[in-house]
Design a protein around this ligand. Structure first.
Ligand SMILES: *[C@@H]1O[C@H](CO)[C@@H](O)[C@H](O)[C@H]1NC(C)=O
Length: 314
């Protein structure tokens, strides 16, 4: 199976997941305290709903045991699409029913898709490009602008995934040991960013996704002229964004999660992307409401732990 087909499959899944969240209005991701509190509330509500759902917890257990005979209802949309079962990417290991796009990532993806590896996590490139203008309706009628196009949330949007089988941030394992794993994911990215080859590597990956999407647009003969008119603008913007992106410091990044069932891929992954408005100007804002910063999760976990301790001491 070629990467192009996989890309198309991913697009469809993303488009479906994104369509569910359409029409909700946009509110920036939050340095202000009211918006931050709303993300904390959302996390607490999603987490408690999930952990109090016996069917979901049973599915989670089966998933961790890699049970491919089990009928997953609740986890279903986070798993590999049925069209990909028994198929492989580029001669890698074929997927089975209980896989997700990111589970045991190294067995299913070329090494070049892994930008960095630590003991607990991988930093992987995003297959979707950051620029909504690369998903025009003249190319594909299902790309309704601002509703179901699959672009990332900013230039350089990337993902940190756990190496072990953890399903989303609502999985109790995700926040075990005072959120050790979530903190490690952020730490991993910052270490990567601060090495000399970190930002060039991420820019190259961003460029590949950008180029791949342009190549697709270019292959459609009937709209070639429209595309050729657009391309210089896209490239000029890419170069200027890449320049700004290089200058970023760790504090300029958003580290965030989409809590089940707001997520698309089931496997635990942290979104990392620049906070700066400028670096988000061609990218998706409509996921902002469901985008929960790591800090919000850490605060909720700490508050709830403190409350539980106080209650047992009483
Ligand atoms: C896997 O799922 C099937 C179907 O629900 C079930 O019969 C089987 O016992 C499960 N296997 C394990 C190891 O739990």
């Amino acid at each position: 199976m070629s990467l192009a087909v996989v890309g198309a499959v991913v697009l469809v899944i993303c488009a479906m997941a994104y369509a569910l969240n359409a029409g909700r209005g946009v509110e920036g991701i939050v340095e202000d305290s009211r918006a931050f509190q709303a993300r904390k509330d959302r996390y607490r509500w999603r987490r408690d709903d999930s952990r109090n759902d016996p069917q979901l917890m049973e599915e989670l257990k089966q998933w961790k045991e890699k049970n491919s005979s089990f009928d997953y209802e609740k986890l279903g949309s986070g798993l590999i699409p049925t069209s990909m079962i028994n198929k492989a990417l580029d001669g890698m290991k074929p997927f089975v029913k209980s896989d997700t796009w990111f589970t045991e990532f190294e067995l299913h993806n070329k090494p070049s898709m892994i930008l960095s590896e630590s003991q607990d996590s991988y930093i992987i490139g995003n297959l979707a490009t950051y620029d909504s203008r690369q998903y025009p309706q003249w190319y594909d009628s299902k790309f309704e602008p601002g509703v179901n196009t699959p672009e990332g949330q900013a230039f350089g949007h990337t993902l940190v995934i756990s190496k072990t089988r953890i399903f989303n941030v609502v999985d109790p394992e995700a926040t075990a040991d005072d959120c050790r794993r979530l903190k490690e994911m952020k730490h991993h990215f910052i270490c990567f960013w601060e090495t000399e080859h970190g930002s060039p590597k991420l820019i190259r990956r961003t460029q590949s996704a950008f180029d791949d999407q342009n190549a697709k647009l270019e292959r459609k003969q009937s709209t070639l002229e429209i595309f050729q008119k657009l391309l210089p603008t896209l490239k000029k913007d890419f170069d200027s964004l890449a320049e700004d992106f290089k200058q970023l410091e760790p504090k300029d990044f958003q580290f965030a999660f989409h809590a089940w069932p707001d997520n698309s891929v089931g496997h635990l992954h942290m979104h990392v992307f620049p906070k700066k408005e400028d670096l988000r100007r061609f990218s998706a804002k409509r996921h902002d409401l469901k985008t929960i910063p790591l800090e919000a999760i850490l605060q909720v976990e700490e508050e709830d732990k403190r409350r539980a301790t106080e209650e047992t001491e009483r």
